[in-house]
Design a protein around this ligand. Structure first.
Ligand SMILES: Cc1cc2nc3c(=O)[nH]c(=O)nc-3n(C[C@H](O)[C@H](O)[C@H](O)COP(=O)(O)OP(=O)(O)OC[C@H]3O[C@@H](n4cnc5c(N)ncnc54)[C@H](O)[C@@H]3O)c2cc1C
Length: 568
């Protein structure tokens, strides 16, 4: 097939906070250098017109961005010191922090907020809006942004040097044939390609495997955040209040917690995080969140309100031990793709922004010396080590591992981690941890008879007022995919589904997916088969992470498809 090739200077894959910050910072560094050389204030040669491109699979910048979000402004303040005056879309400064322990019936307020969850001086933001604004700042600085352009494949030379990225074809029908609107993807050739695809990036996953970038580090551990926005009838929950909860509905062996953030105009943003290293094979993170809302404290808060938006996305909570090698010939990893989220604080925006800036500084040096080899780009890893990202992650490096010993020991460990700067004395160390999907037990081992989720969620009803089933929720994520295209969820061996997986785990894809993509249906001949409702997919990546046989491969669908997380 004839494909167009475009020579770019630098290509950033994914328009999230990490890459947009990287692209903006790089554009400014190059421009300052060129001006400095032109008016004799800097030595060296001008770099000329370096084409910087950011490609994004969503229909617009921010469409696929889902977060809490309470933002530590440290990163943004380094990128744009006067971000408030410049009009960054901030909902509100955080005005109060609450930390609650939920029993089945009661909410017990802790006398002190655990230090990692103190948010004084931070902002509640819609990351969707903040990202869109960062995109505008990039365009004003000359960065080319291409929404609806998914990075579908990395381009390598014969010695595995990354040459750029191939974008996805458009106009392929469900049978794999070309439709009248067919347009082949473009080969974007770059001196450096920066992968900022967020959590479990589809290109990042393959790159790490191909180049062995995760050798010597621990497997990444994930959680899934499921959230809704609600419009309340009155001012019962103040703008700027941040509440974090622990306890109900998670069991002792399941990592999890809830959040409730007060936004403007009587909107509350609430959600629940479930660790994707749970043991109980019947866990359904969407159902956990729905149960969360049935707690008397949460139900009372939402009473008379209206659910207006829904979304779900995985979170990389493995911490410092799971950060892979961050560079190779012609490529760098930033933000969540590199695993820079601080799980104890549930914060990754500030580290994403900072890592994008450090990548930009590294690329600028590489442009000046015209050397884009791994040897040159290695300095990015040094920069990350010397920056505040590494001490922050080091302090909580064994945070998540403590919860393998149950909730209470996990909390004890979290406190000790804070006091001792992350030490774990060989008890709570993150070393040699299994990947999250390996923690899930088989039905029989857990004492279940078959895969009916009612065994765990006996009391959960979807009443359409407080609690919603997945299909209703997905409607509120405004998901759209052209249905006449090949499914972008590749199940590598479907024979397992109706046999081994049904027997061993009761087809957990039906539960861990928060968007009702996977369904076991009767094929009309008395046997069951897997049906993939790919058009529901909210791009959370949980299936790729959590499948016990690791046979689900999430790849990018046609550009522009997916959720539209406006205001989330
Ligand atoms: C539920 C939840 C709550 C959170 N709460 C907070 C919080 O309160 N505070 C905080 O600081 N952090 C929070 N985080 C974490 C924070 O959102 C992330 O750390 C941050 O967004 C990471 O930025 P990023 O640029 O690395 O990736 P992302 O923000 O994920 O952006 C990646 C972008 O790349 C695009 N993309 C992916 N693959 C491709 C491809 N192949 N081709 C083209 N485009 C692609 C995606 O569509 C997306 O737009 C939360 C995360 C979640 C899920």
């Amino acid at each position: 097939m004839e494909r167009e090739s475009l020579e770019m200077g630098v290509v950033f894959v994914g328009a999230g906070p990490a890459n947009l910050s990287g692209a903006l910072h790089l554009a400014r560094l190059v421009s300052d250098h060129n001006h400095g050389v032109a008016n004799g204030k800097r030595e060296g040669k001008p770099l000329g017109d370096i084409q910087i491109a950011v490609i994004e699979k969503g229909a617009t910048v921010g469409a696929h961005i889902l977060s809490g979000a309470v933002m530590d402004p440290r990163g943004l303040a380094e990128l744009i010191p006067d971000f408030v005056e410049q009009g960054a879309p901030l909902e509100t400064p955080v005005k109060e922090d609450h930390f609650l322990y939920l029993t089945r019936k009661h909410a017990i307020r802790a006398p002190i907020t655990p230090p990692p969850l103190k948010n004084h001086g931070y902002y509640i933001v819609s990351l969707n809006r903040l990202t869109a604004w960062l995109g505008e700042q990039c365009e004003q600085s000359g960065v080319n942004i291409f929404p609806e352009f998914p990075g579908a494949e990395m381009l390598y030379d014969e010695s595995d040097r990354v040459l750029g990225v191939r974008t996805g074809d458009k106009g392929i029908d469900a049978e794999g044939k070309r439709k009248p609107n067919f347009e082949p993807g473009v080969d974007l050739l770059a001196k450096v390609t920066v992968l900022g695809e967020g959590v479990r990036g589809s290109l990042t996953k393959k790159l790490i495997q191909r180049l062995g970038l995760d050798q010597g580090c621990e497997p990444q551990i994930y959680s899934l955040g499921v959230k809704e926005l609600w419009e309340l009838p009155d001012d019962r929950y103040p703008t700027g209040r941040v509440t974090h909860t622990l306890g109900f509905p998670s069991d002792q062996w399941t990592y999890g917690g809830g959040w409730i953030y007060g936004m403007q105009n009587r909107i509350v943003n609430l959600g629940y995080v479930t660790g994707l290293d749970y043991r109980d094979p019947l866990i359904d993170p969407h159902a956990e969140f729905q149960r969360y809302k049935t707690h008397p404290f949460v139900a009372k808060l939402l009473n008379g309100g209206k659910m207006i938006r829904y979304g779900a996305k995985a979170i990389a909570t493995g911490g410092l031990h799971a950060v892979p090698q961050l560079y190779a010939d012609g490529v760098l990893l930033v933000g969540d793709s590199a695993g820079f989220l601080n799980g104890a604080r549930l914060k990754g925006i500030h580290t994403a922004i900072k890592s994008g800036m450090l990548a930009a500084e590294t690329i600028f040096d590489a442009l000046v010396s015209n050397d884009f080899s791994a040897g040159k780009l290695q300095s990015y890893e040094q920069r990350v080590k010397k920056s505040w990202i590494t001490p922050e992650l080091r302090r909580y490096r064994n945070f998540h591992a403590g919860f393998r010993h149950g909730r209470w020991l996990g909390m004890v460990n979290a406190g000790l981690q804070y006091i001792t700067g992350g030490r774990a004395w060989g008890i709570f160390d993150r070393d040699h941890q299994e990947a999250g999907h390996e923690a899930v037990q088989k039905l029989a081992a857990y004492g279940y008879h078959g895969g009916g989720s009612a065994q765990r969620y006996k009391d959960l009803r979807f009443d359409g007022a407080l609690t919603f089933n997945k299909v209703t929720d997905v409607y509120h994520a405004a998901v759209a995919h052209d249905e006449d295209q090949p499914a972008h969820l590749h199940v590598l061996d479907k024979n397992i589904c109706a046999t081994r997986c049904a027997e061993e785990y009761g087809n957990p894809c039906q539960r861990f997916c928060p968007a009702a993509v996977y369904e076991m249906v009767d094929d009309g001949r008395g046997t069951r088969r897997l049906q993939i409702n790919f058009s529901n997919c909210v791009h959370c990546k949980t299936c790729d992470i959590m499948d016990p046989y690791q046979i689900i491969n999430w790849v990018t669908p046609e550009g522009g498809g997916g959720p539209d997380y406006k205001g989330m």
